[in-house]
Design a protein around this ligand. Structure first.
Ligand code: SGN
Ligand code: CA
Length: 532
């Protein structure tokens, strides 16, 4: 700001001088601007329920994902990326708004997104970006802030899915992951011809439950066997009621019909019962969507699996082990398609000279349990679901093959994209721009993350909780119909088997973590009272 006193009397000449100097500065700046590289394009790739344990860049023991890995190899892999509320629609709302769930209002999957809010696509669009949203949306209200959108209604379907468009619902034939990529490339083909930069949200349904792969991939993956996680038969000793009462065990709560793909008649004949009755309707609903030839290929592979299952008549742990294998076969086969299609998109960008100045972000809406603690699904602040994969490629800025260990969160994505595009970040956004991290700059970064999950009572019965995580410790408060605290020392107990909240050896840590939680509740303006 120019000080008003500068206009007084004999200071005028100094003022004129200063103006001249300023003028030089301004002209230097505009010179620099005209030389500066064009604003980057952005492609935000998000899959649904893709666990970092199922990405080879994170050292997966289960699958090779060479195409997704390209993003990390040619860019930066984030080794400590987390969400703020581990469930689908809430995560998406946090990403769009850069605000925690309690501020953007979308606390659980039942809430409709208030689409009048400020979102990063809207801001980019106002600042000259072409914007599009293709794939899974899950926010119920119509997408806003996009020149073009084509989204799945609700969870969408794997085979021959419907899509919502501005013109109404359309039915497409094909496999959902391939279709979403086809539509994305079609849009890019037009966008690349215009002078404006583009921002595309390219969001897969896969590998969301109930894991229906393509023929090629189910043929291959039903032949495979996978290592079991050490805690597949976790008895939840050492933790509180929340873990014990959650309904997401492979043994009990996973469906033999919808999830394991066994015909409901066989399930009944063997005396088994799915945890929820509608599972068998979902089984039929999914298969009924297939064309005649798709169904024939399916029967050719899953028919013999059904026959063998009937013959083996498995019980107890043997049945759980079998369900785990079936789960991994279909889940990972669905990821195989995501990987192939990400490769197709990356190839397209390279072939069209777009790779150099396009930021590619790969992430998931949250993490997922692949049998750890005996579970599938997500929701908990425990590591597997609190974490999310994150890798970013931007050849102009990011050093290839770099790795980052800072505590980053999906709360930071909007701010990062705006910053990278050279657009101001609104004060109301609560996350941090990761741009300095992408550049490899040494900066002061946060030392703790805030988390808050709300969807209870609800499917999978994961109790409401909030908490804080530092690089070493995690404090969680389960509340609502319970009032229990858990504290984990992630260095000593990385798999979170032992709650040390009441261990006298941790009393100081406990106090510090309580303090941090109070600070974060205040900083993020969450109304939750944190009783000690
Ligand atoms: C469905 C799934 C649940 C899952 C929720 C939320 N059941 O209800 O297992 O937790 O979606 O998932 S299913 O058999 O219908 O697939 S989310 O990713 O959308 O939050
Ligand atoms: Ca999800």
């Amino acid at each position: 700001m120019i000080n008003k006193t500068i206009f007084a009397g004999n200071k005028m000449s100094i003022f004129m001088l200063a103006l001249g100097f300023l003028g030089t500065l301004v002209s230097c700046k505009s010179q620099e601007e005209s030389d500066s590289p064009e604003r980057p394009n952005i492609i935000f790739i998000m899959s649904d329920d893709h666990a970092y344990q199922a990405i080879s860049a994170y050292g997966s023991q289960l699958i090779e994902t060479p195409n997704i890995d390209r993003i990390a190899n040619e860019g930066m892999l984030f080794e400590n990326a987390f969400v703020s509320n581990s469930i689908c629609a809430p995560s998406r709302a946090v990403i769009l708004t850069g605000k925690h769930s309690h501020i953007n209002g979308l606390v659980d999957n039942a809430v409709r997104f208030d689409s009048t809010q400020v979102t990063y696509p809207k801001i980019l669009r106002e600042n000259g970006y072409q914007t599009a949203m293709i794939g899974k949306w899950h926010l119920k209200t119509q997408p806003t802030g996009f020149d073009y959108w084509k989204v799945l209604p609700g969870q969408g379907h794997y085979y021959n899915p419907q899509f919502r468009t501005k013109e109404g619902m359309v039915l497409d034939s094909g496999y959902v992951t391939d279709l979403i990529t086809d539509f994305a490339i079609d849009w890019l083909d037009e966008a690349k011809e215009k002078d404006q930069p583009f921002m595309l949200m390219y969001q897969h349904k896969a590998p969301h439950r109930e894991w229906l792969p393509t023929e090629e991939n189910f043929r291959a993956y039903t032949q495979k066997e996978f290592p079991e996680p050490a805690s597949l038969f976790d008895d939840y000793e050492g933790r509180g009621r929340a873990a014990k009462e959650a309904e997401m065990r492979i043994s009990t709560h996973m469906g033999l019909t919808n999830d394991s793909k066994i015909h409901p008649d066989i399930v009944e004949k063997l005396g088994h019962k799915d945890f929820i009755d509608w599972y068998s309707n979902a089984y039929h609903g999914n298969l009924d969507r297939m064309s005649k030839s798709e169904r024939a290929a399916w029967e050719e592979v899953y028919g013999p699996i059904n026959e063998a299952f009937e013959k083996a008549d498995l019980q107890g742990d043997e049945l759980t082990k079998w369900k785990y294998q079936r789960y991994m076969q279909d889940y990972l086969a669905s990821i195989e398609s995501v990987d192939e299609n990400v490769g197709r998109l990356l190839d397209y960008l390279e072939e069209n000279g777009l790779a150099e100045n396009t930021i590619i972000i790969y992430t998931s809406d949250q993490g997922f349990y692949l049998g750890e603690h005996g579970w599938f699904d997500k929701r908990f602040m425990y590591e597997e679901s609190f974490r999310t994969p994150l890798m970013i490629k931007w050849p102009r800025v990011i050093k290839a093959g770099s790795k980052n260990k800072d505590l980053v969160q999906n709360l930071d994505f909007a701010e990062t994209m705006l910053d990278a595009a050279g657009v101001a970040i609104p004060d109301e956004m609560q996350g941090l721009s990761m741009l300095p991290l992408l550049k490899g700059d040494k900066v002061e970064w946060r030392d703790a993350l805030y988390y808050h999950y709300y969807e209870y009572p609800g499917i999978h019965a994961v109790k409401r909780h909030n908490g804080v995580r530092t690089d070493r410790y995690k404090l969680i408060h389960f509340y609502y119909d319970i009032d229990e605290w858990e504290l984990y020392d992630l260095q000593e107990d990385p798999h979170e088997m032992n709650n040390v909240y009441d261990d006298p050896g941790y009393s100081e840590v406990r106090e510090n973590m309580h303090k941090k939680l109070d600070e974060l509740v205040e900083q993020y303006n969450d109304e939750v009272k944190v009783p000690k």
